[in-house]
Write a protein that binds this ligand. Structure first.
Ligand SMILES: [Zn+2]
Length: 284
C-alpha cells in the first residue's frame, strides 16, 4: 500500500488531504480534549499503524478545536468543491481502510443521507460499485468512539480547488459501538445523542465542503445531539453557496412548480382526468 508516511517522526497527510470529524458523547470530556490538545483518535489510529487515518484525525481535530475555541458560528469551509454537480458514492467494502462491508439497512440509511443533501442542494448523487474511482466512499471503521468521542471522520483529497475521487467517510462500526434505544425513543450510539443517519449526514456535509461549526441546530455543528438531527436552512444556504449551478436547478424546479400551479388553476374544472393525472405527477 502506498502512502506518504515517513518511518520516523510525525506522519504527515498526503499533499492536499484534509480531515473533518464529528463528535458525540460526554461534552465536558470532548471540550477538555480540545483545550488540552489531546488528540485521542490520532493517538489510537497511530498506535494501530493506521497512518492515513491518524493524519485525517489530527487534521479534523485541530480544525474543530479551533472552531470551538473561536466559536466560529458558520464555521469554515474545507476549501474545495466537487467539479461536477453529479457526485458518485459507494458503500465501502472491507479493506485496510474499512472494518467490514456496509450493507443492508445501513446502506438504506446512507441513501437517505444522500437524498436529504440532494433535496437541500440540487446536487445529484449516484451510487456506484465500490472502488477508488468513486468520488465518496462510505464505510465502517474503528474510531474508538467510547474514548475519542469521534463518531465519524471524513478525509478528503483535493487537487487545486476541486475534490478528487476516493474521499473517505469513516463511520464508527456499529459492531464495535452498538446502537441503543435512548430514553426519548431514538436509536443512537451508546452514551450519545447521535443517530446513524445524523452521523452520515454530518460527514457527507464535510465531503461536500463544509467544516465544523458551533451553530445550534446545524447538522455540521461539531457536536451531534438531539438538537441537530437534520439539515437546516443555514446548512442548505452554506452548501448552495458552494454549488450555485446545482442550487439554480432547485430554483428552476420551484419555478416549474409555480408554472404548474398556475396552469392547474387555469384548467379549472373542465380539464380531463387524464390531463390532471399527467400534470399531477411532478408534485410527487
Ligand atoms: Zn464534523
Amino acid at each position: 500500500m502506498n502512502n506518504s508516511t515517513t518511518t520516523e517522526g510525525t506522519p504527515s497527510a498526503p499533499s492536499g488531504t484534509s480531515g473533518e470529524g464529528g463528535y458525540a458523547g460526554n461534552y465536558a470530556n470532548i471540550i477538555a480534549n480540545f483545550n488540552s490538545n489531546n488528540g485521542v483518535l490520532y493517538n489510537y489510529l497511530f498506535s494501530k499503524n493506521n497512518f492515513s487515518g491518524a493524519a485525517a484525525a489530527e487534521s479534523g481535530f485541530a480544525k474543530t478545536a479551533v472552531a470551538y475555541q473561536l466559536n466560529m458560528g458558520r464555521g469554515t469551509y474545507v476549501g474545495s468543491t466537487w467539479a461536477s454537480n453529479t457526485i458518485t458514492w459507494s458503500a465501502a467494502s472491507a479493506s485496510s481502510l474499512f472494518s467490514r462491508q456496509m450493507s443492508g439497512v445501513d446502506v438504506t440509511t446512507l441513501q437517505q443521507a444522500f437524498t436529504a443533501w440532494s433535496q437541500a442542494t440540487g446536487l445529484k448523487f449516484q451510487q456506484v460499485v465500490d472502488s477508488t474511482n468513486a468520488n465518496i466512499r462510505v464505510g465502517w471503521s474503528d474510531l474508538d468512539t467510547q474514548a475519542s468521542y469521534t463518531v465519524g471522520l471524513t478525509s478528503m483529497a483535493s487537487s487545486g480547488s476541486s475534490f478528487s475521487s476516493n474521499s473517505l467517510i469513516r463511520i464508527e462500526d456499529t459492531n464495535l459501538d452498538p446502537l441503543v434505544t435512548n430514553s426519548d425513543g431514538s436509536i443512537t450510539y451508546t452514551g450519545s445523542g447521535a443517530t446513524l443517519l445524523q452521523v452520515m449526514m454530518h460527514e457527507v456535509g464535510h465531503a461536500l465542503g463544509l467544516g465544523d461549526n458551533t451553530l445550534t441546530g446545524s447538522i455540521d455543528n461539531f457536536y451531534l445531539t438531539t438538537n441537530n438531527r437534520s439539515i437546516n436552512t443555514i446548512d442548505m444556504q452554506a452548501v448552495q453557496s458552494l454549488y450555485p449551478s446545482a442550487a439554480a436547478t432547485l430554483t428552476q424546479g420551484m419555478a416549474g412548480f409555480a408554472v404548474y400551479k398556475a396552469s392547474q388553476s387555469q384548467l379549472g374544472s373542465g380539464s380531463t382526468s387524464q390531463t390532471s393525472a399527467t400534470l399531477a405527477h411532478p408534485m410527487i
